[in-house]
Design a protein around this ligand. Structure first.
Ligand code: NDP
Length: 252
């Protein structure tokens, strides 16, 4: 009853695996014996990662997709069924083009809502019924510290992450009867490419020159991967429902 779960032979689908947290999670879970399906839009990056891991004996399937493309996500869902379904979803793909609401960068609002909310839902939809049928599974959604509080210029981004947290907790309750576990991971600042997605020049520079500056002692992607592994490794009766991980220097 009290045994930790091992990842050996578990099939894990990771979205946003071409960089940052998703890539680090792919590496860590592969080293723990997982079989991977990796998704993102940048195919070359996925192919390079897959080749490296396959060279270490890991089974990796590359499934390039834009998570905001509903039909394409449904097609990946069918591909996953053909593989025999997935045991674990790491719902990680996201984008952060923040700006003050007064600037009215409506295309960027749409993009965040499409990728960070709809993309997360499409991925859940692709795996959840299979998990429910098998009465086993674990869905890990990557929201953010911005799912718990608000930041100026991050109204829409924070809104999407609050939504992911709310969806996660609702899904956790609904999924109990299917023996599917749900975890919402809330990273603070992590050194990744995420600030590059900021289209507002002044804000991008401010973010990259301050909290995300090269010498800033913020988290590394591996720190979040470790948190994900912790949640996945708990005994079957344990649901790590939420995990907030911030760098020591991050007050809010
Ligand atoms: P990265 O920019 O390094 O990674 C984002 C990943 O998402 C990439 O693999 C990217 O791949 C993928 N992605 C973006 N848009 C799409 C899309 N439309 N379809 C498919 N894949 C897409 O940043 P992080 O690793 O930091 O981000 C991972 C998650 O962590 C995000 O959800 C982010 O909001 C969250 N987070 C990050 C924090 C941080 O400080 N870094 C803090 C809190 C939360 P590609 O471009 O190839 O499609």
């Amino acid at each position: 009853m009290n045994t930790e779960q091992t990842l050996t032979g578990k099939r894990v689908w990771i979205t946003g695996a071409s960089s940052g947290i998703g890539e680090a999670t792919a590496r860590l879970l592969a080293s723990e014996g997982a079989e991977l399906v990796i998704s993102a839009r940048r195919v070359e990056k996925l192919d390079t990662l897959a080749a490296e891991l396959q060279g270490q004996g890991v089974t990796v399937t590359v499934a390039p997709v834009d998570v905001s493309d509903r039909a394409a996500m449904a097609a990946v869902g069918e591909q996953l069924v053909a593989l025999g379904g997935v045991d674990i979803l790491i719902n990680n793909a996201g984008t952060m083009p923040i700006s003050p609401i007064i600037n009215g960068r409506v295309d960027e609002w749409d993009r965040m809502i499409d990728v960070n909310i709809k993309g997360v839902l499409y991925a859940i939809h692709a795996v959840y019924s299979g998990m429910a049928e098998r009465k086993a599974g674990h869905i890990v959604n990557i929201s953010s510290i911005a799912a718990r509080q608000t930041y100026q210029s991050a109204g829409v981004y924070g809104g999407t992450k609050h939504a992911v947290r709310a969806i996660s907790d609702t899904l956790r309750k609904e999924a109990i009867r299917f023996n599917v576990r749900v975890t919402d991971i809330q990273p603070g600042s992590v050194a990744t490419e995420l600030p590059d997605s900021i289209g507002h020049d002044k804000i991008r520079s401010a973010v990259k020159d301050n909290m995300y500056a090269e010498d800033s002692p913020i988290l590394q992607p591996r720190d979040i991967a470790n948190g994900i592994l912790y949640a996945l490794s708990q005994p079957p009766y344990v649901d790590v429902s939420e995990l907030l991980i911030r760098p020591v220097i991050q007050e809010n």
